[in-house]
Design a protein around this ligand. Structure first.
Ligand code: NAD
Length: 294
């Protein structure tokens, strides 16, 4: 497992690919945006024109793309990964996509002798840069055993969840918790501001108690600084909640709070805030209350 094809060099993929290079893996890279491809090439990676070319002469192919349609295009489409990869190559999709899409693609890949894992991550851009991502893996257990060390080059944990699609089910659970946590923090801080109490002092007072959380610690300083540069874009979080709601429909779970969170993100996107970091959810509550959390 020494040569890796890496497709999708955005906010997450670029630093993840850099960590693989640092760890001594030989890399072939591809993105529709030439800028990060040139950046990685300057560090020693081989630039490739198509996913098919990226998947040639490698042991593993990693994809880190926005959502199911992009992964389908890159894996199944013309000039896609399945056209280039030899049988036995392991395909690891680290994007957060619909579990059903993961299962369908894993079946198509298996027909060509290519085991496909869904291995989405949590930990955001800092986790990608510092190689401290939490990686949740669904699919073929033997393939997971073969790539576990490689995954741990990019993360601090890689947990096998179960069959194909279950990595992305786990990620949907993660995204519900994160969205509702940001919403709770935002509602609480705007209440504090409305009641003439400094949200920053509230944060200091409660972060060590039961209400404290990684989300509160990561997002509060950014909210107070009005820093909504992504990070994780609101439009991508909307995508995850959409996938969660679809999975809820398919399994018979009404997900009442996820619906509420989805509507809040839709409103922010309609106001042109889709490219803000999801810490920018606080702006929804600021608009409701007329106060700002600073
Ligand atoms: P991003 O939009 O910054 O990166 C996606 C990259 O894919 C871009 O560079 C884009 O040019 C490229 N791309 C799109 N279509 C392509 C195609 N057909 N062929 C080749 N390249 C293509 O997104 P991101 O923030 O890096 O997120 C990637 C995935 O990771 C998403 O599924 C997201 O939900 C998930 N994720 C993001 C974060 C985060 O904090 N940003 C955290 C955890 C998980």
């Amino acid at each position: 497992m020494k040569t890796v094809g890496f497709i999708g060099l955005g906010i997450m993929g670029r630093p993840m690919a850099k960590n693989l290079l640092k760890a001594g893996y030989s890399l072939r890279v591809c993105d529709v945006n030439p800028e990060p491809v040139a950046d990685l090439a300057a560090l020693g990676a081989t630039p490739c024109a198509t996913p098919r070319e990226t998947a040639q002469s490698v042991d593993v192919v990693i994809t880190m793309l926005p959502n199911s349609p992009e992964v389908r295009q890159v894996v199944l489409g013309p000039d896609g990964v399945l056209e280039g990869a030899a049988p036995g190559v392991i395909l690891v999709d680290m994007s957060s996509i619909a579990p059903e899409a993961s299962r369908e693609m894993a079946e198509a890949a298996a027909r060509k002798g290519i085991p496909m894992l869904d291995a989405p991550v949590s930990g955001g851009e800092p986790g990608a840069i510092n190689a401290t991502l939490a990686i949740m893996v669904g699919g073929d257990a033997e393939a997971f055993a073969k790539v576990k060390d490689l995954l741990l080059t990019m993360g601090k944990s890689a947990v096998y969840i179960g069959g194909s699609g279950s990595g992305n089910v786990c990620k949907l659970a993660n995204q519900i918790v994160v969205a509702l946590n940001i919403i709770a923090v935002s509602e609480a801080y705007t209440l504090a501001a409305k009641a003439n109490t400094d949200p920053k002092v509230v944060f200091e007072a409660i972060k060590g108690g039961l209400a404290g959380s990684n989300v509160m610690n990561a997002k509060s300083p950014l909210m107070f600084a009005r820093n909504f540069k992504p990070g994780f874009r609101i439009e991508l979080h909307r995508k995850d909640l959409r996938n969660a709601l679809d999975t809820g429909d398919a399994t018979g779970h009404p997900l009442p709070f996820t619906h509420l969170a989805f509507d809040i993100l839709e409103k922010l996107i309609a106001e042109g805030k889709g490219k803000d970091d999801h810490g920018g959810i606080v702006q929804y509550f600021e608009a409701l209350t007329g106060v700002t959390v600073e």
